[in-house]
Design a protein around this ligand. Structure first.
Ligand code: GSH
Length: 199
């Protein structure tokens, strides 16, 4: 059975949502990354530098959100959450996953941390958000009419940006967030996350 290392209230909720969308069995191994002890030995064996999310599946362990997302969507939901390798949308799909974890995320973190390079990162954030907005203005999800894996990551990043006051008021973003939040899998993931938070 797939083991998912999750800390409630963190970015690992993206993988929780993906697992709920895929509908495959998994067990949650709760980790408190805020406790400072670096987690238990099982977690550390799966996540070499002690960050969530991480997974262990059969004989492999993976950390890094982007890597886990690509692996799980291909394995559990090929043709639905992940366009197959011969699908012409595959390149766009991979680009959006990497945009979320390697362009949106760092630009947002630098903006929040108020680093000396803030102006440059604000410009990066504006450019990413501009691209997101142009794309979503003409379709409900990043690749078209159906949700795929990068939508799960993007919805989290936009929620995060909104929570820290870095998301411009815009109907395109609001509608997209509402559409994602209304999905049964997203609701289930939020419920699971809140229950674990309180436990
Ligand atoms: N690039 C990593 C970042 C993971 C990350 O920073 N996770 C945070 C939770 S949101 C964490 O585990 N922090 C614990 C720590 O830094 O000790 C990813 O996207 O998976």
């Amino acid at each position: 059975m797939l083991t998912f290392y999750h800390c409630p209230g963190t970015r690992s909720v993206m993988i929780l949502t993906l697992l709920e969308e895929a509908g495959a069995p998994y067990t949650i191994h709760k980790v408190d990354v805020r406790a400072g002890a670096g987690g238990d030995a099982h977690f550390r064996a799966a996540s070499p530098y002690g960050k969530v999310p991480a997974i262990r599946d059969e004989n492999c362990a993976i950390n890094e959100t982007g890597a886990i997302a690509i692996y799980l969507a291909d394995k559990l939901s090929a043709g639905k959450l992940a366009p197959t390798l011969d699908d012409p949308r595959r390149g766009d799909y991979l680009r959006w996953i990497i945009t979320c974890v390697a362009a949106f995320d760092p630009a947002l973190v630098h903006k929040i941390s108020g680093s000396a390079a803030e102006a440059r990162f604000q410009a990066s954030l504006d450019k990413v958000l501009g691209f997101v907005k142009t794309t979503l203005a003409s379709r409900p999800y990043l690749l078209g009419d159906e949700l795929t894996t990068p939508d799960i990551l993007l919805a989290f990043m936009l929620r995060f940006a909104k929570a820290v006051g870095a998301l411009p008021d815009d109907k395109v973003f609001e509608d997209y967030l509402a559409r994602n939040a209304a999905r049964p899998a997203s609701k289930r993931a939020q419920e699971i996350d809140q229950k674990l938070s309180a436990a």
